[in-house]
Write a protein that binds this ligand. Sequence first.
Ligand code: NAP
Length: 548
Amino acid sequence: MSLVITRSCCADTTCIAVCPVQCIRPRPGDDDWGTTEQLYIDPTTCIECGACAQACPVDAIVLDTELDRESEPFATINAEYFAARPLGDVSPLPIQRRRPAERGPLRVAIVGTGPSAMYAAEELSELRGVEVSIFERLPVPFGLIRSGVAPDHDRTKRIGDVFARIFDRRNVSCWFNTEIGRDLSMDEIRSHHDAVIVATGAPDDRALGVPGEALPGSHGAREFVAWYNGHPDYADRDFDLQTRRAVIIGNGNVALDIARALTRPSELYERTSMADHAIRALERSAVEEVHVVARRGPAFAAHSTAELTELAHLSDVELLAESHEIATTAHDEADALLRRSEADLQRRLAIVADAASKTPSSAKKVVLRYRLTPTRITGTDRVDGIVLTRPDGTVETIETSLVLRAIGFHGRATPGLPFDAATGTIPSDSGRVVDPETGERIPGVYCTGWIKRGPSGVIGTNRIDSAETVAALLADHAAGMLPAPTRSPAEFARLVEREHAEAVTGRGWRRIDERETDAGAAQGRPRVPFVSVEQLLAASRAAATRSR
Ligand code: NAP
C-alpha cells in the first residue's frame, strides 16, 4: 500500500514539510520544480504514515486502496514519476525562519486575498513584530479560490479553510469591501504602513483580437466562470445555452473547467457551491457538444495532464478528438519534452489518441480540436459561427451561438502604481516594484502572484512566488530601506471608519461565511454563495449564528 497524490493537488508543498521519509517530489529547487503540475509520492518509499494526507489543504492524498474511479489512474501516474526520476536525496528541506532585524515593528499592507496574498500574509504574520493589514475589493475573500476554481472541484476550494485561519491571528487585520483607488488611496495605505504588497491577480480576459469578438454570444472565460461561481460583478450575465454546440477557444485548464460545466449533468452541481442561477440555467441547457479549439497540436496543450485524465474518465461525458488533427511530429515532441517528462507527454497523447478512436454515442461530448486558429467570429447582431484556419490556409466554420474565449487572463492597473499594459503585470524585480521610466525601485512597494509574473501555474506556485517577495521585503526592512509610516495604526482605524463605513471586517465576513455554509449544509452542499454585494453586506451586518 502507498499514499497517492491525486488531481486536486495544489502543489503548495505543505505535504513535503511533514513527510518523515521525504518521499514527495519535486521539491523547490529540483530541476522540474518550475514546470510541475502536481507533486508525487514514491510508492516504494512511502510508509503510509498519513502525515501528508492530514496536512494536505485540498484533500488530494488518498491511500491507493481507496481511490475512486476518476482518481484510479493517479496510482500509476505517481509511480511513473519515480520510474523516470528515481528518488535521490532524502534529507529534509532546510526550514527557513526569517525574523525581521531589530528595527522595531513592521506594518505591511496586502492588497488582495487570493492565494498569493494569503501565502504572503501567512508567512509575514508568523513573524514576531509584524502586523499585517489585508484589503479586498469584495465583501468576501479568496479571489479565484471562490470565483475561479470549478464547483465540481470543491475539494480544491477547501484551501480557503486553511487561509481563513490566518484572519484569526492577532497581528492580522482585514478590511473587505475596500477597493484601493475607490475607498482608500494607495497614498493613504502607504502612509500608514512600512510596506505594501499588491496581489491583485489578473481579473480581466485576454483579448483574442479577431473581428466579431465583441458580438453578443462571444464571452471571455472569466465572465462565464465568475458567473457560475456567483461573483457579484457577473451574476446577472446571460449566456445562450440554447445552442446545441458551444465552442471554447484555447485548451488550458480553464477551457476544460468550462467544458465540464457545459456537459456534466446539472444534478451533479446541485451538490456543489455553484451559484443557484447557474444550476438553473444549466438545467435548461440544450448544449450537447463542446469543441475545445487549440491553435497548436496535442503535444502543446496548455491544460495539465491531471485535468485531461479526469475529463477522459468522467462517466457522464464522452471525450472525442478528430483523428486527422492529432498527428504529432518528432519536432513537436522534442519541444514538449523541454517542459514535461516523457511519461507525462505519452500519457496525454495516449488519451487524445483514445479519444480520436471512439465512435460517438448519444452522450454529451467534449471534442478536442487541434491546429485551428480562430480568424473571425461571424454573425450580424449576435454570434452565429466561428471561422477557424488550418496551417495549410484552409478554413472550417463551426456553427454556434456561444463562443467562450479561454485564452488566458490579464492584470489590471492599480491607481498610483506603474503597470505594463502589454503583459498585464506590475514591473518588478524579485517582487520589488520598479518604476519603468527611471528603472528605480519604488521604496516600500512590492507585488506577488499573477500581477507580478502573469497568469501561470497552480495554486501552490504562488507560495514560492510570495516567499520571494516576502524575502525581498524583509531584506529591505533589515537594511533600513523601508520608508517609515507617518501615521499610527489607531489613526488608520479612524481614517477607515471616517472614510469608508461600509468596510467589512474579519468578523463581518465570518457572519457571511456562516450563513452561506449553513444554507449549504441544509442542502448537502459546501455552501450556497450570496451573489450580490447587497446580500453580502446584509449578511455581514446580521447577528452571528454561531459562537466563536
Ligand atoms: P492558459 O493555461 O494560459 O491557456 C491559454 C490557452 O489559450 C492556450 O491553449 C493558448 O494556446 C490559447 N491561446 C492564447 N492566445 C490565443 C490566441 N490568440 N488564439 C488562440 N488561442 C490562444 O490559460 P487558462 O486556461 O486561462 O489558465 C490560466 C491559469 O490558471 C493557468 O496557469 C492554469 O493552469 C490555471 N488554472 C489551473 C487550474 C487547475 O489547476 N485545475 C484550473 C483553472 C486554471 P497556445 O498554447 O498555443 O498559446
